[in-house]
Design a protein. Structure first.
Length: 504
């Protein structure tokens, strides 16, 4: 088992080794001495420090009240999610899975050992409620790999109590600064230890890695967009495994964005190289879609059911819908975990890294983005226009449903190609992105209605076979028909406004 804790903290350093008087901080009634804890932590990473590069820390620590394995993911400056597992000799599998997208097949090695004498105090209010924990840590760091050395320092850490108000840390910060304490130059003890214990010729003196130069050519802009999607897939992997809200959807969208970029910018990136990668991304998106489609359908049907008057709900509809949803979600969740642990998925991540590092540029990659990228966006928008106009001309029914679904997919592609073009085309591309989002929403609601009606027919058949009333499913089906009809009626007006406003 593993537990997750949200850490909100700030780190400081001072020329003095003690704790300044904090009783003057607004809301603090007393500073309660909790004694000194002796902590011994070994931090693990790959030989090329992949976890550190992503600001992820993995440690095995003894001493203190929370001895065990700790895995920390950055959330925002000064905010991290710490996932804890019980103390053991080997890395717990639940934590190993959460870093697999970073580590892959590389071996985890002990890289740094930190031994700290932590003098802990609680800041409490007049009721005795803990507002924050303050500690003064005397740290001894030892590099466990290469020809690294040792380092020592003292730092002060203020960690907000669970469910505390982050604004309280501002009050403490103000008091500490008045006392001559300054914010730490390192985000974590490990970050500082890696710098100060590294061999001298490899030290960066704490300077962050400079950002890549701004895009200039068409290839630069397209590659920046592709890289962003690669980074998103890798970063979201742990959240998908933990079933974090919307993580699965965002990861799936990243695969679609990258595939779309390969197709839209075929004159920039060689499709003989990107097509096989696109097929693997399609496979991953399909696996992610099993769970995502179930989530969308379940939410839509549950919301629709809650909106019905009780007089229109006959039989155990909520129970049947809940069981149907759980069965679909449970199976997809187990399957998804297997996909993310598979060698095929890890090989795809390696392939994406190689593609970003050595992009298969064609001649147009060196061209002016205002010309090359604008041409690709116009081409996508033209294809969409033809599909939408054909769908509008069709009579309501299955053929129109299919045409609208194809239009929806092309609207996504046009939106994604416009997203990649924002850096080159500015407001014109941004306006198109906004327009494509609106038509995608309209067409998406229509397609969701089509899928909901299919599911309602399935649920109705199951209820009938069990001797239950199918009346409510029919009511919901009728309402879904009305929603689809409303979307079809709104499309011609919305599309006319979009075509009149588009300037690419």
């Amino acid at each position: 088992m593993a537990d997750t804790k949200r850490e909100i903290e700030r780190k400081y350093e001072s020329d003095d080794s003690g704790l300044p008087d904090l009783t003057g901080v607004a809301g603090v009634d007393a500073v309660v001495d909790k004694g000194v804890a002796h902590l011994d932590a070994t931090y693990y990473d790959t030989a090329d420090e992949r976890l550190a590069a992503a600001s992820i820390t993995l440690r095995r620590r003894t001493g203190g009240a929370d001895a065990g394995w700790h895995l920390k993911f950055p959330v925002a400056p000064g905010v991290r999610d710490e996932i804890r597992a019980p103390l053991s000799d080997t890395l717990p599998s639940v934590l190993a899975g959460l870093i697999r997208s970073r580590v892959r097949d590389a071996q985890l090695l002990p890289v740094v050992r930190l031994r700290s004498d932590r003098d802990v105090s609680d800041l409490v209010d007049a009721t005795g409620r803990v507002l924050a924990e303050v500690s003064v840590d005397a740290v001894h760091a030892e590099r466990l790999t290469g020809a690294g050395g040792t380092a020592q320092w003292t730092e002060l850490e203020v960690e907000l109590a669970d469910d505390g108000d982050p604004a309280f840390l501002d009050k403490v910060d103000k008091r500490l600064r008045k006392a001559g304490v300054r914010p730490s130059g390192s985000a974590s003890k490990l970050a500082r230890a890696l710098i100060e214990t590294a061999p001298k010729k490899k030290r960066r003196n704490g300077r962050p890695t400079p950002p890549p130069p701004p895009p200039v050519t068409a290839g630069d802009h397209v590659l920046a967009y592709v890289r962003e999607q690669r980074d998103t897939i890798v970063a979201l992997d742990p959240a998908v495994r933990q079933d974090t809200y919307d993580a699965l959807h965002r990861m799936r969208v990243a695969t679609r964005r990258m595939r779309s970029a390969f197709r839209s910018y075929a004159k920039v990136l060689d499709r003989t190289v990107t097509d096989p990668v696109g097929e693997e991304l399609k496979w991953l998106a399909a696996e992610l879609g099993v769970g995502r489609d179930s989530e969308v359908l379940a939410e839509r049907l549950s919301t629709a059911l809650e909106g019905l008057p009780t007089t229109l709900v006959n039989g155990p509809v909520r129970t049947r819908l809940g069981r149907w949803t759980d069965a679909r979600r449970g199976g997809s969740r187990r399957r998804l975990t297997g996909v993310l642990d598979s060698s095929r998925y890890l090989a795809l991540l390696d392939t994406l890294d190689a593609l970003v590092d050595e992009p298969p540029f064609l001649e147009d990659a060196d061209g002016k983005p205002e010309k090359v990228i604008a041409k690709a966006v116009r081409k996508d928008f033209g294809r969409l226009t033809a599909l939408v106009e054909r769908a509008i001309a069709l009579d309501p029914g299955t053929e129109r449903d299919l045409a609208l679904h194809e239009s929806r997919k092309k609207a996504k592609r046009a939106r994604y190609s416009a997203e990649a073009a924002v850096g080159a085309l500015g407001d014109r591309a941004s306006a198109l992105v906004k327009s494509m989002k609106s038509v995608q929403t309209l067409l998406g609601d229509h397609q969701d209605s089509v899928m909901a009606r299919q599911s309602l027919r399935e649920l109705s058949a199951l209820a009938h076979a069990a001797g239950e009333s199918s009346f409510t499913y029919g009511v919901l089906y009728g309402r879904e028909e009305q929603r689809a009809a409303a979307a079809e009626l709104a499309l011609p007006v919305a599309w006319r406004k979009i075509t009149e406003a588009t300037d690419i």
